[in-house]
Design a protein around this ligand. Structure first.
Ligand SMILES: Cc1cc2nc3c(=O)[nH]c(=O)nc-3n(C[C@H](O)[C@H](O)[C@H](O)COP(=O)(O)OP(=O)(O)OC[C@H]3O[C@@H](n4cnc5c(N)ncnc54)[C@H](O)[C@@H]3O)c2cc1C
Length: 261
């Protein structure tokens, strides 16, 4: 089974995040593999371990995004593809999907890709639209927000929890699946994996390698534009009530004032 797992390099949510003058997220060396993509890598590795085959990690991003595929290689992916081209800067979700789709077609030209796995959302863009957009570009069935994934023969089956309801969806391979953070417990890279990753191939591709022109992606091809972005103002200090016998009344008044009761 040949699986492509899409991983994104994003600013660390534990660290300081900032916007540039162009209202775009500032990306850099300190960025990390999108935490939710660890679930995607885990799902892909488990399926490859069960059915045999290969996991290819794929990212679209600046030079530093190599860190995302490197982590996937340390976790157990066999090889990686990094699409890096200055003309992609400013791509929106559709532009990103167009580039990922072209890269997946190129990966599949050598040997067909059976399954594309993504995370449920990136912790920077957070649109959760990429998986469906990518499936549409590749003309694949999209089984999104899977809390469980299995493959039997040429059929992929997922369970997704929608509110009170659990749905089971099936599709013939090839297909695209996005997995939630409930799908599994991602493994940690061990020393052997970290050392082995140093020898695994990372293919770096440009738009020219993919036969795309800048009008199809990047700022030139974007259908959406970030108009403004601002750092959220710090939360106002909470109010501390010191109980000198009347704290209950003060608490009730506080709640009533805000129309909770
Ligand atoms: C250098 C750079 C500059 C950008 N500039 C802009 C900009 O100015 N304006 C703008 O609107 N967008 C921009 N983007 C695109 C944007 O950051 C997202 O990649 C894109 O819109 C996808 O949406 P999302 O992040 O909300 O993904 P979601 O739909 O939330 O992500 C779901 C899943 O899709 C996969 N995925 C998402 N993005 C990637 C990726 N790049 N590579 C591999 N897998 C991925 C992951 O598995 C992820 O878990 C830029 C991206 C890059 C790399």
């Amino acid at each position: 089974m040949r699986i492509v797992v899409c991983v994104k390099h994003v600013p660390d949510i534990q660290g300081e995040r900032s916007f540039g003058a162009d209202a775009r997220v500032v990306r850099g060396e300190d960025d990390v593999l999108n935490e939710l993509d660890e679930n995607a890598v885990e799902a892909a590795l488990v399926l490859a371990e069960e059915h045999g085959g290969e996991v290819v990690a794929l990212t679209v991003g600046p030079d530093a995004a190599a860190g995302a595929v490197r982590k996937a290689l340390q976790l157990g992916a066999g090889k990686a593809v990094h699409v890096s081209d200055a003309r992609i800067v400013g791509a929106d979700v559709i532009g990103t999907a167009v580039v990922l789709a072209a890269a997946i077609r190129k990966i599949g030209a050598a040997e067909p890709v059976d399954l594309v796995v993504t995370g449920m959302a990136s912790l920077d863009g957070l649109t959760s639209m990429l998986p469906a957009a990518l499936a549409a570009c590749l003309d694949l069935p999209a089984l999104t927000l899977a809390a469980e994934v299995s493959v039997t023969g040429t059929t992929v089956r997922v369970r997704r929890d929608v509110g009170e309801v659990g749905e089971v969806l099936e599709a013939d391979l090839p297909a695209l699946v996005s997995v939630t953070d409930q799908a599994n417990e991602p493994r940690y890279p061990n020393f052997k994996g970290i050392m082995a990753a140093k020898k695994k191939p990372v293919e770096v591709l440009t738009l020219d390698d993919l036969g795309l022109d800048a009008g199809e992606t990047g700022a030139a091809g974007a259908r959406t534009r970030v108009v403004d972005a601002q750092i959220r103002p710090p939360r106002p200090q909470g109010q501390i009530l010191i109980d000198s016998g009347d704290a209950g009344l003060a608490l009730a008044a506080f709640i009533a004032e805000r129309k909770f009761i």
